[in-house]
Write a protein that binds this ligand. Structure first.
Ligand code: SF4
Length: 484
């Protein structure tokens, strides 16, 4: 749950990077970082907090360069804070590297480095990736690296580093400053690129391109490296490509609706999911007078549901814009505190009506329960809940912060889950205090993009296999983080 940016243009690249980072701030709010290169000088600044509070005209004036990168971080491996903020830099052969995703064998890599007396300076999982890549490059030659060298070194790196990731890097290749980006073999985490008169940009989401005047060109192909040099055609080299499985949770909840990921509009996908859920609600014979989305993610799906059910969609919740996104608050305490600040209701939209509240997902159950108790005060005649995703029953080890089995509410009701969807939905309705609760079926989610997807947190089929000890090491890492 991070966002990455890389830009290659004429000069003063830092201003575009800061702007682009703000457009993807929803992907991580713990810390941010910005790095640029100007001839032989490297500039790097990382800090706790939001982009707008760290980077302003005064701090940005300290940077120089025509090539650079930025990062917004939500920790899904390692602790919060400046020490783990990205990008990272390795002096030899001079690489800046940043990523979005999770390295699933991070703890193995860390151990291997320690055995060689190579100490890491952080608990951020991109740091060992940087050292592996640097090591593989230095095996090929000490200096004067080429694009071909980078591809060869990355092939070796992919054998040693396993995970769901989009990497963005800067280094001197073929005698010029070069921006590169690559994605994991299954393309689980998103990564797109764009162009503007011979300038290039890579980003986690296409919305960053619109903010900075770049034209979105498409995905960085999964399992592949893309290399960008000023005024030259980008070069794409396959590194290790498997069947593409983009994370469906990006479309359901995480990405901005105005982004395009893997060629699919996030907004349109939410409409599709909404229509599918409306079908199921109709089949269950639930009748309502009004549909009300939980802001903001659920709005497109709620609109589609209302159209299908032929009832109005209304704004029954007013969101405090400055409260942040509860799901991406790192600790349960932060989430509960933020939730109290987050929503208020417009009583008249609920009172004496049969209401369908629509939300994207139920992970820990706290938000849904809170929403139902809030709405209860407005005395609706009936209160139904529609969730346009299936129950989150399995952890995500690929970089979304739902990585601990014991925090998933569906797991807490596993005996009902095992009895089938109807029993489980009734139990969840009872838990939340609603009259009914309807989840989207997994088969609908799997059809929604018209291509294979990663839906492992719903069905337990992990496209990128991981061992039990790797799963445990990620869960332990998150438990440790929550304790501190
Ligand atoms: S397990 Fe779920 S959240 Fe994680 S990458 Fe797959 S679909 Fe996305």
């Amino acid at each position: 749950m991070c966002g990455v940016i890389g830009i290659l243009k004429e000069e003063n690249v830092q201003y575009d990077i800061a702007l682009a980072l703000q457009s993807i701030q929803h992907r991580g709010q713990d810390s941010c970082g910005l790095a640029t290169k100007d001839k032989k000088k490297f500039f790097l600044e990382k800090e706790d907090g939001l982009v707008a509070s760290v980077f302003n005209h005064k701090t940005l004036a300290d940077f120089k360069g025509s090539i650079g990168m930025g990062h917004v971080r939500y920790p899904t491996m390692g602790s919060a804070g400046k020490v783990n903020a990205q990008p990272f830099f390795e002096k030899q052969p001079g690489i800046f590297l940043t990523h979005n995703g999770n390295i699933i064998n991070y703890h193995d890599l860390r151990k291997q480095f320690l055995e060689k007396s190579l100490y890491l300076t952080s608990s951020c999982d991109v740091e060992p990736v940087l050292y592996v890549l640097a090591e593989e490059l230095m095996k090929l030659r000490q200096y004067g690296h080429t694009t071909e060298d980078l591809a060869v070194a990355l092939k070796e790196t992919y054998k040693r580093v396993r995970g769901a990731f989009t990497l963005v890097g800067i280094m001197y290749l073929d005698g010029e400053d070069t921006l590169f980006a690559c994605r994991d073999p299954y393309g689980i985490r998103p990564g797109v690129w764009g162009e503007q008169n011979g300038n290039f940009m890579v980003a986690s989401e296409s919305v960053a391109m619109e903010m900075t005047g770049f034209d979105y060109r498409g995905d960085i192909p999964h399992g592949s490296l893309m290399v960008f040099k000023k005024d030259k055609k980008p070069v794409t080299i396959e590194i290790d490509k498997k069947e593409h499985h983009p994370c469906i949770f990006e479309y359901i909840y995480f990405a901005r609706p105005d982004s395009i990921i893997s060629g699919h509009s996030v907004y349109d996908t939410r409409l599709v999911l909404g229509r599918m859920l409306a079908d199921k609600i109709k089949r269950k014979g639930i009748e309502v007078d009004v549909v009300i989305p939980v802001p903001d993610t659920a709005r497109p799906s709620a609109t589609a549901i209302a159209e299908e059910l032929n009832v109005p969609v209304r704004d029954g919740f007013i969101k405090n814009r400055y409260s942040g996104r509860t799901f991406i608050m790192p600790s349960q305490y932060d989430r509960e505190f933020a939730m109290r600040l987050k929503h208020n209701t417009i009583e008249g939209e609920f009172k004496d009506k049969r209401v369908l509240i629509v939300d994207d997902s139920i992970v820990r159950g706290t938000t849904t329960k809170h929403i139902v108790s809030l709405v209860g005060k407005s005395q609706p005649k009936e209160l139904h809940i529609g969730i346009f995703s299936p129950p989150v029953y399995y952890p995500c080890y690929y970089g979304i912060d739902i990585s601990r089995q014991h925090e998933l509410i569906a797991r807490k009701y596993k005996e009902y889950y095992a009895e089938g969807p109807d029993v489980f939905e009734k139990k969840m309705a009872h838990f939340t205090g609603a009259d009914s609760l309807t989840y989207l079926d997994i088969s609908d989610v799997q059809k929604s993009l018209g291509q294979p997807v990663c839906s492992a947190c719903f069905d337990g089929h992990y496209p990128l296999p991981l061992r039990e000890d790797e799963q445990k090491s990620i869960e332990d890492d998150r438990d440790e983080y929550q304790k501190n």
